[in-house]
Design a protein around this ligand. Structure first.
Ligand code: SF4
Ligand code: SF4
Length: 386
């Protein structure tokens, strides 16, 4: 008897390939559709990402199962509300791993991985250029007697806009008398971009070799510019010694303020709103500390957006989306700058290189001329100078 043309033949091996690729993460999905209903992409695109549908179509091996898979920013919004506690990030990254095998990968991503492989950074630039962000500064090579290793990261090393953030952070560390150094040319890519794209095996290699490098260098407290690097070091790397303490710089600045090593004595009359990066807030529960840094600046007024803290709206740059095209008008950050402007703030402050890039891009499109985007380190540095 012939099969009806629209029927699907269930094959164990098709189902099992998804189970294997996702480490079983997709299996508890009840297909309830909560994730599909609440994905914030619907706010800007009119159409959400349907995790439910991607999972089911992949399990059935339907053509086009990966449609929408690469749009996810791994913002954790749906995962934090899934009634069946599905590890949606793990499922997405596992399905991306499968998509590589089945050649369902957007243009440009293979080049990105080759850049990281050959040059050790996501910008495709020579490692010898990595220390150039600090060419006018006397920043020394890290030594184990230093209080911290400053892990600069790809964006702050190579992106001129984010270099300014690193410059501000260095000025703050110097003002507090912190002894620090960097790994200079030897600083490796943290692995976040590779992990976001679902290359589990390659990221495992990166983590192993970097952990060895950090251990041999005698790294203890490590301060990162990016929440994405912080998330990698805090949650994906082995803690190779009891003293290994990765910190996002907002946490470290607060330690310096609480220890009275960093003091803001002059008034900075600025009305700001704070945009929580998802990789700090939803992923790592860091909401209070950046706000406490802002609140320690006399004269600064902090006003909140409705979507804030754990309920923040993603900027659109996580989950590898920084390296993929998003049409103007369909960016989370387009909506975010409008929300920031509605608070009446002069400045939207954040502390993630991806957020800075996305928000500034959107600001130039949306045209909220009275609003500026600044990094937390830049605001703190301004407070020190004012
Ligand atoms: S909310 Fe959770 S259980 Fe429901 S469809 Fe989405 S992933 Fe599956
Ligand atoms: S993680 Fe965020 S972007 Fe991805 S599907 Fe869930 S809500 Fe949408």
């Amino acid at each position: 008897m012939s099969q009806p043309t629209d029927s699907v033949l269930l094959k164990d091996e098709t189902w099992e390939r998804v189970d294997k690729a996702t480490g079983g993460a997709a299996a508890p999905c009840f297909q309830c559709g909560v994730c599909t209903a609440i994905c914030p992409l619907g706010l800007v695109k009119g159409e959400t990402i349907s995790i439910r549908k991607i999972v089911r179509q992949a399990q059935l091996g339907l053509p086009g199962w990966a449609d929408g898979l690469w749009e996810c920013t791994t913002c954790l919004w749906c995962e934090s509300r899934c009634p069946h506690e599905v590890d949606i990030t793990k499922a997405i990254l596992g399905l991306r791993q499968l998509a590589w095998k089945e050649r369902e990968v957007p243009e440009g991503l293979p080049t990105l991985l080759w850049d990281i492989y050959f040059d050790g950074n996501s910008w495709g630039r020579p490692p010898s250029e990595r220390p150039l962000w600090a060419k006018d500064k006397a920043i020394k090579e890290f030594s184990p007697s230093d209080e911290i290793l400053l892990y600069v990261g790809d964006d702050a090393a190579y992106d001129r806009r984010i270099q300014k953030v690193a410059h501000a952070l260095v000025a703050l560390l110097e003002a507090a008398g912190v002894t620090f150094g960097t790994l200079g040319e030897r600083e490796p890519h943290c692995g976040d971009a590779v992990r976001s794209l679902g290359h589990e095996e390659y990221v495992a290699e990166i983590i192993e070799s970097n952990a060895q490098l950090f251990q041999e260098a005698g790294v203890k407290t490590m301060v990162t510019v990016s929440p994405h690097c912080y998330d990698m070091f805090a949650n994906r790397y082995p803690h190779f010694s009891d003293d290994f303490r990765p910190l996002h710089y907002s946490l470290y600045l607060l330690e310096l303020i609480n220890g009275e090593r960093l003091k803001f004595e002059k008034e900075l009359p600025l009305k700001v709103t704070y945009h929580d990066p998802c990789y700090l807030s939803r992923r790592n529960g860091i909401c209070d500390e950046p706000r406490q840094v802002l609140e320690s600046i006399p004269g600064l007024q902090l006003v909140e957006m409705e979507r804030s803290r754990d309920d923040t709206l993603c900027c659109g740059g996580g989950g590898g989306r920084m390296w993929m095209e998003t049409a103007a008008g369909e960016r989370f950050s387009d909506l975010r700058v409008k929300e920031a402007a509605e608070t009446g703030a002069e400045v939207v402050v954040t502390c993630c290189p991806h957020c800075i890039t996305c928000l500034e891009d959107s600001l130039s499109q949306v045209g909220k001329s009275k609003l500026r985007v600044m990094d937390l380190a830049e605001v703190a540095h301004l407070a020190l100078q004012s």
